[in-house]
Design a protein around this ligand. Structure first.
Ligand SMILES: Nc1ncnc2c1ncn2[C@@H]1O[C@H](COP(=O)(O)OP(=O)(O)O)[C@@H](O)[C@H]1O
Ligand SMILES: [Mg+2]
Length: 342
């Protein structure tokens, strides 16, 4: 199920509780596709990034290539016959996006406000920079840009998301943000009409009004750009043939309940859930202790199936070694190839 989705969709989200294996599964599926020759962009939106740790590389807000296949041209094959795959990774830095955004807002506000209020503007922006909402919308805006660019520059975009609650807000926000920017735009339109009427009444052709028209256009452009970005992202994440959301969990009582709830919330937000991946399942025939564990997991998987409402449930085994680096991710990728769908 997971690999099928990765092969047939352009955007794949992995979500679920903290510590269940989202980053590992996202990395393994991304690597698998890159090995098949796809250009894959792997994005982490979790503020507590651990993608870099898994790939044993320093990652940042700009794409870093973490794996590249051999170019078929170099080994003598006809150029372009078998394109080399590539995997680029990004850890979104909301601070950088928020700072860039607030700089832009600050510039606009300063041109609008008289000189003696500029220190007030700075104070206001400083407060805004610290508010959690700023980070969330900055993260979202950066994700929107990366999703948009990634669908041109890459064959597949895999998003390793933050734990459940945050993810759902992230998924639902584009709608809220779109509505919010629409509202702003509406108010700007009315303000502009009013401004034009006042200017028409003004007999003098004063140069102030010309510059204020230019300013209005700039503000309008900035608002329109954000609105278009969020609307485009919303369109992508709600198109089931293009984008799918896979919920990762462990076969335990709480993760099962939370995953079923997450699926309902995503459903409500219009985001298609492609299925569930139950990760780190205890192996069979590995002693009495693990047999007990396994029995408990099977009961939880049955519970998940009851709640899954027909969605596929795929299982991945607990691997013995430390899940760090390419070899370990390949092992998890191979397990995906053999994964059973219940
Ligand atoms: N199938 C697996 N077998 C063994 N260890 C795993 C497996 N999947 C994940 N892990 C380990 O579980 C821990 C949490 O995984 P991680 O991918 O960071 O979860 P998340 O991103 O959901 O917080 C990590 O130490 C990882 O190496
Ligand atoms: Mg993670």
């Amino acid at each position: 199920m997971l690999l099928d989705l990765a092969r047939s969709r352009r955007v794949l989200f992995l979500g679920g509780k903290g510590g269940v294996g989202k980053t590992s599964v996202a990395s393994a599926v991304a690597l698998r596709r890159a090995r098949e020759g796809a250009r894959v962009l792997l994005i982490s939106t979790d503020p507590a990034h651990n993608l870099g740790h898994l790939w044993e590389q320093q990652l940042g807000d700009a794409a870093t290539t973490v794996w590249a296949g051999e170019d078929a041209g170099d080994v003598g094959g006809p150029t372009g016959s078998a394109r080399a795959g590539r995997l680029d990774a990004v850890e979104i830095d909301p601070d950088a996006t928020a700072a860039a955004h607030l700089d832009e807002v600050g510039e606009t506000l300063r041109t609008m406000m008289p000189e003696h209020l500029h220190s007030e503007v700075d104070k206001h922006l400083d407060l805004a920079a610290r508010s959690p909402g700023t980070h969330e919308s900055a993260m979202l805006e950066r994700l929107a840009v990366l999703l948009d660019e990634g669908q041109t520059s890459h064959d597949l975009v895999v998003v390793d998301t933050a734990p459940s609650g945050h993810t759902v807000r992230l998924m639902a926000l584009p709608e809220i943000m779109t509505a919010w920017t629409e509202g702003l735009l509406d108010r700007r339109t009315r303000a502009e009409r009013f401004g034009a009427a006042v200017r028409a009444l003004d007999a003098d052709d004063d140069p102030e009004s010309v510059s204020s028209e230019g300013r209005d256009r700039r503000i309008r452009r900035a608002i329109t750009r954000r609105r278009d970005r969020f609307a485009a992202m919303r369109a992508v994440i709600t198109e089931a043939t293009r984008c799918s959301f896979v919920i990762v969990l462990t076969a335990e009582r709480l993760p099962v309940l939370e995953s079923a709830a997450l699926r309902d919330q995503l459903d409500e937000a219009g985001v298609a859930v492609g299925g569930f991946v139950a990760n780190r399942l205890a192996p069979a025939e590995a002693g009495e202790f693990l047999a007990g564990r396994r029995a408990q997991e099977q009961a939880q998987l049955a519970e998940l199936e009851r709640r899954a409402d027909g969605a596929a449930v795929e299982t991945l085994p607990l691997l013995a070694g430390d899940l760090v680096g390419v070899a370990a991710l390949d092992a998890l990728g191979e397990a995906m190839e053999r994964a059973e769908t219940r």
